[in-house]
Write a protein that binds this ligand. Sequence first.
Ligand SMILES: [Zn+2]
Length: 274
Amino acid sequence: MANDKNLIINKIQKGPVCIHCCASPDDGERVNAQVVETENKLIIIDTMLMRPYARELRQYADSIGKPIDRVYITHAHPDHWFGMEFFQDVKNVSLPETVEEIKMMAQLEIDFHRSQHGDLITDKMYLPVPDATEGNVEIDGVVFRLHKIVAAEDLFMLAIDLPEVKTLIAQDLIYNKVHLFVGQRSYEGTMCFDGWINALKKFMNEEYELVLPGHGVPTDASVFLENIHNLEIMRGIVESSNGENFVQNALEAFPEYGLRSMIEMSAFFLFQMK
Ligand SMILES: [Zn+2]
């Protein structure tokens, strides 16, 4: 780790595709943006939470020297779309439901994160084009398979796989050795656990060789069972805890995991925003 105030970039070559997994430091919620480099183009998945990291992501992408074909925004949580500010000259795409969710939540999220980080956070809402639909998209000769996930870590999420290179760009469907955010409830108040676990079970049969999480370092298909197990543990902790002891109970269950702030954010949504 050269400098803990810069992106940590992990380059992985898979056949004709090079994936640059760009991780922000802890104050940027350790969120990953993925730069998928094909022969002639770049496809970017998510755009970071904080301005310095989003700016660095853009500079890094530009340094590769290929045009950005599009940016996919996988879901409406702010650590994935705030950085769109630095990609306004290219096409940003998401599920239509994600656009609606961003519209609904943007002001609350901007106010919350600016209260913590001030001007290091965007002051404006940016909206992707609501063009993403399930199915195959071929870009520069590479098949991107888009999957819509409902009622998991967020209400609606996009996961993208590249079947030819057995790679899943899972984003927040997968966390690797980072505390899970389990604070999302459906509009009816249902918690995330069942939908999230069902989605993981669907993807775990695909025999991926490379799985790119939304938080934590790139990994392999063994992460599916680990995430399912962790979600079951977190479900038990949510059910047996209150606003006072939830954070401590979650920390004790996963002593080796990073990013305590994820637990605190879960606590806020589970016990204060009810
Ligand atoms: Zn995230």
